[in-house]
Ligand binder design. Structure first.
Ligand code: IMP
Ligand code: MG
Length: 176
C-alpha cells in the first residue's frame, strides 16, 4: 500500500520559488541565460520559477537524464535520454533540477555541459538531501533541504506516478 504525508505545502513552495526567482533576476541582470531543465522531475518547478525571473535574455533547454530506472534507489549510472537542441556556448547556464540526492546526476551533468563551452554554470535545485551526498557539488540556489526520505509530488515521481501532486509529500510503501 502507498501512503503520502505532506512535507512541504504549495504555499511554502511558491513563496520560496518567488524568492529564488528574484535572486536569479538580480544576479543575472544584463546576461544571456540558458536555463537547462532536467527532465522530467524539474518541469513543474521550472514552470513556476521561470515566471519569477524577470529577463528578456533567457532561453530554455531540456535535457533528459536517468539514474533511477523507476525505483526508489539511484543505480549510480547516469544516462542521457534526450539532449539539448540549441548551442549554449558563451551563455550563462542555470541547471534546474528537482532534487540532489547523491549528487551523481549533477556531477555528470556539469561535466557534460562544460564540454559545450558555456560562460558559466550554476545549479538551482528544488530539494537537497544533504545526508546522501557522495559527489560534493556547489549548489548556488536551493529551495529546501529535506531528510533522507523518498519524496514525491510537484514534479517528483515514484515509478512515473505522483508528479501531478500539487505539494511535496513523503511516500510510505507498506507490504499488504
Ligand atoms: P542523485 O544522482 O542521487 O543526486 O539523484 C538525483 C535524481 O534522483 C533526481 O534528479 C531525482 O530524479 C531522483 N531522486 C532522488 N531522490 C528522489 C526522491 O526522494 N524522490 C524522487 N526522485 C528522487
Ligand atoms: Mg531528476
Amino acid at each position: 500500500m502507498e501512503k503520502v504525508h505532506e512535507l512541504i505545502s504549495i504555499e511554502t513552495i511558491q513563496k520560496k520559488v518567488k524568492e529564488i526567482g528574484e535572486r536569479i533576476t538580480k544576479d543575472y541582470e544584463g546576461k544571456d541565460i540558458a536555463v537547462v531543465c532536467v527532465l522530467k522531475g524539474a518541469v513543474i518547478f521550472l514552470s513556476d520559477l521561470l515566471r519569477e525571473i524577470k529577463s528578456s535574455r533567457l532561453t530554455v533547454e531540456f535535457i533528459g537524464l536517468s539514474s533511477y530506472e523507476g525505483g526508489t534507489k539511484s543505480t549510480g549510472v547516469v544516462k542521457v535520454t534526450s539532449d539539448l537542441t540549441q548551442s549554449v556556448q558563451g551563455k550563462h547556464l542555470i541547471i534546474v533540477e528537482d532534487i540532489v540526492d547523491t549528487g551523481l546526476t549533477l556531477h555528470f551533468l556539469t561535466q557534460n555541459l562544460m564540454l559545450k563551452k558555456p560562460e558559466s554554470i550554476e545549479v538551482c535545485t528544488l530539494l537537497e538531501k544533504p545526508s546522501n551526498i557522495a559527489k560534493p557539488i556547489t549548489i548556488k540556489y536551493k529551495c529546501f533541504e529535506i531528510p533522507d526520505k523518498f519524496v514525491i509530488g510537484y514534479g517528483l515521481d515514484y515509478e512515473g506516478r505522483y508528479r501531478n501532486l500539487p505539494y511535496i509529500g513523503v511516500l510510505e510503501i507498506t507490504k499488504d
